[in-house]
Write a protein that binds this ligand. Structure first.
Ligand code: PLP
Length: 452
């Protein structure tokens, strides 16, 4: 076989891809007929494909390339670390400097007494850690029957069996089932499900489903509640302002551990280091990944509060871990990424460009006949496509058809924007400039016009 490089014709690469590469979350039949778009380079918010098109990445890859593509410093740190110590584990009473330094830095950045980090290779793995961690916590405290974790319909917490079970996405549950001890309550999605209620009323209603569920199961059975500060993969569902304070009140009242899944909202996305700060949430555990390394290396983890870490340590050895927990190259790269986020004031930049610059332009999209609500928090946003704004109606056709068409038009217009059903979402690199925001909005408008 010839060497497979960027220099092969696109069609040849696509045929090899379809023949040998099983893609995540992809209909393989589509790959065989149409071929995947091949991305070859990235710089800032821009990608280049194998045909030489320049694409503006409105999704930061998969919500992760927070500092933008092509930062040489991270490549240099990775090369240095590989030469010095390419791998060692953090099991069995050993450690290394990159893991120590990264854990200490995360503890410094995280709010409250979230001072301890358990590393994983991804967000899904970190949520699997959380399942074991919270159940172990209650075991050590002498309450082993407290093991149910309450999560939300249409939440997303990864696609391992644990993460996929925490998530409330029916198609994932349909492929392989769920693990036991997970329960789901409704999501705070006012536009789609709020009926005649005000947003504030609906936020309280959905939060109080948590209390109902705790009482139904019995508080002696419930270990924890998990939620994303803003549901990302579910369609950038920004909760009503009443929602999180009520969830916090209920968790406090019943002594339930609160896990904030910050895989998307962590590391600047909402205009603070963590989404919990934006929404006033005080979690016992945070799930992190993605923006931790800006996607330059696969790494995730759980940030754990003093009390949970202390109790779990009291129980002796915690029988859990991954070969790549705290991988030295990934940790060194993540640390450099955090240095750049901090020293280049990228989180302040998010606040500067998001409000009012992007917000004004994003909300103006509701002037388009297809667009109902527009939501934005920091640099994550969504618009709802609808045939009738006043009624907040859904399309009669199969859900997602118009969203899919709009996404395809965006793709053709060299803008990456994702659709979740009939919601279009953005989450660009945090370094996006006002001029690049203008390009993103122009291309989005053109694509909406073409799919109308
Ligand atoms: N949690 C949230 C909130 C996510 O958005 C994701 C991925 O999109 C995950 C967990 C899973 O992370 P990973 O894909 O790194 O396993």
């Amino acid at each position: 076989m010839n060497m497979i490089t960027n220099h092969l014709p696109t069609a040849e690469l696509q045929a090899l891809d379809a023949a040998h590469h099983m893609h995540p979350f992809t209909d393989a039949n589509g790959l065989a007929t149409k071929g995947a778009r091949i991305i070859t380079r990235g710089k800032g918010v821009w990608l280049t494909d194998s045909e030489g098109n320049r694409i503006i990445d409105g999704m930061a890859g998969l919500w992760c390339v927070n500092i933008g593509y092509g930062r040489k410093e991270l490549a240099e740190v990775a090369a240095r670390q590989m030469e010095e110590l390419a791998y060692y584990n953090t099991f069995f009473q050993t450690t290394h400097v990159p893991a120590i330094a990264l854990a200490a830095k995360i503890a410094e950045l995280a709010p409250g007494d979230l001072n301890h980090v358990f590393f994983a290779g991804s967000g899904s793995e970190a949520n699997d850690t959380n399942i074991r961690l919270v159940r172990r916590y209650w075991q050590v405290k002498g309450m082993p029957e407290k093991r149910v974790i309450i999560a939300r319909k249409n939440g997303y917490h990864g696609s391992t069996m644990g993460g996929g079970s925490l998530g409330g996405m029916a198609p994932i549950h349909a492929h392989g089932g769920m693990i036991d001890g997970i329960e789901h309550i409704g999501q705070p999605y006012w536009w789609g499900e709020g009926g005649d209620m005000t947003e504030a009323e609906f936020g309280l209603l959905r939060a109080r489903e948590l209390e109902d569920k705790i009482l139904e199961l019995g508080v002696d059975k419930v270990a924890a509640f998990i939620g994303e500060p803003v549901q990302g993969a579910g369609g950038v569902i920004v909760p009503p302002a009443t929602y999180w304070p009520e969830i916090q009140r209920i968790c406090d009242k019943y002594g339930i551990l609160l896990i904030a899944d910050e895989v998307i909202t962590g590391f600047g996305r909402t205009g603070n280091w963590f989404g919990s700060q934006t929404f006033g949430i005080r979690p016992h555990i945070m799930t992190i990944a993605k923006g931790l390394s800006s996607g330059y290396q696969p790494i995730g983890g759980s940030i754990v509060c003093d009390e949970v870490a202390r109790v779990v340590a009291e129980g002796g050895e915690f029988f859990h871990g991954y070969t790549y927990s705290g991988h030295p190259v990934a940790a060194a790269v993540a640390l450099e990424n955090l240095r750049i986020l901090q020293e280049e004031h990228i989180i302040e930049h998010v606040r500067d460009v998001a409000h009012p610059y992007l917000r004004e332009r994003w909300e103006a999209l509701t002037e388009h006949p297809l667009v109902g609500e527009a939501k934005l928090v920091g640099l994550m946003g969504s618009i709802a496509l609808t045939p009738d704004k006043a009624k907040r109606a859904k399309f009669a056709s199969e859900a997602g058809t118009v969203g899919f068409r709009t996404r395809e038009r965006c793709f053709a217009n060299n803008l990456i924007m994702r659709h979740v059903g009939d919601r279009m979402i953005i989450s660009p690199p945090l370094v996006i400039t006002p001029a690049e925001i203008d390009i993103l909005i122009e291309r989005a408008k053109t694509s909406l016009d073409e799919s109308y």
